[in-house]
Design a protein around this ligand. Sequence first.
Ligand code: BGC
Length: 472
Amino acid sequence: MAGFVTTITKGSSNRFLIRLATVAALGGFLFGYDTGVIGGAMLYIKKDFHAGTLAQSSMVSAILIGAAIGALISGWAADAFSRRRTKIVSGSVYVVGALLCAFSQNTLQMVGSRFILGLAVGTASFVSPMYISENAPPRVRGGLTTFNQLMVTIGIVVAYVVDWGLASVSNNWRWMLGLGVVPGLALAIGMMFLPYSPRWLVEKGRSDDARQVLERTREEDDDIEQELSDIEEAARREGGVRDLLSRAVKPMLVIGLALALFQQFVGINTVIYYGPTILKATGIGDGGALQQSVFIGVTNVVFTIIAVVLLDKVGRRVLLLTGNVAFFAALVLLGVYFASSPLQHHAQWLALAALTLYIAGFAISLGPVFWLMISEIFPLHLRAPAMAVCTIGNWLANFVVSVSFLSLTNLITRQGTFWLYAGISIAAFIFFAARVPETKDKSLEEIEAQVGAEASEAYPQEKGKRVREARA
Ligand code: BGC
């Protein structure tokens, strides 16, 4: 811990980097706040709007569809208008969305408002880690980029606390949702004081401006000219969105998408959205379930901090694989618990222990590593669209898991559902062990060169094929 803190806090360039990452990661906070706030708010909205199951799930999930569409739009906007301006717009749209939610008069208005909020959240979810990672020097990029995931987890806990604190206030749900204005405004205003990403500047032919940004974020002994010329070389690579399927990039797209889908299909948001319901099923009552949910939320924050510290030391792969084993074991255990009535009668603590192990495992692995890796593995000229594709996959998978969880528990029982997620996590482990590269300590351009080299045997054939096609 001390090592990371000293590396990251010494020198004015590092203090600037921390400020940059903290403001940019407010995007993560918006994402987390929304994820966490709706569970508590829905308890009251459903009474005011006389909402049935369908209306409730539409209000909850409208944001997930909005987020997928937001990611699609910002895949283009982050390149066309810059990562920085896209983040300013997303903070502003969030403010509008939060106000619209707070003043909604019926289910339809709430669904529309949550959809607008989703546009902002989907944008923030990947443009924030992309912006941080493009500004960070390789030695601290893992930890710094994971500030975003840390803010996601903090946003979730703050939302739980806000829900709990406002429980007895009149018009409480309007305040719960409306308070989102605060981080939205902070993001939009804060980003106005931060620079453009040096990688985006170089892409737009503004190398001198990029040098100035690098001078603010690098230390004296860093070779800024070398870094700039590496970025310039990466930016010279031409190509369009269809190159996402070229032999050089497709393997990385497969890895990014696999991380995106596995992150959701191991069931994380059943714990985040339905944690209180799962805990209530152990017979502890409403109050106890909410209290234990806060405990799980705090565990998520604590283990994400551990990931921030360790990602640049032990590397991404070790954490990804270790955490995977932990959440696999937790899922098996949860299944065993719900399959055994003696355990349910005499060992309720086991459910909480398993959920805690699950969230700790996720928080050091798939939680941060998915968002970090997709901001590292794609070549500069395709980074925004490629990240957008993975992000869309992630939000759609989130949608599928969230809307299917309760029906699945009816169909194949609660234990069957957790064992299904456990099976998926075995597949995830095998895939990660075989395919996910280590990116620790490499510059984004070195990673790009490595990916290109690995595909180089296939690439000339493909180039030749294209030339032949063009001639024909
Ligand atoms: C995931 C979210 C999840 C959160 C929990 C994020 O990395 O993308 O779906 O709710 O982690 O901490």
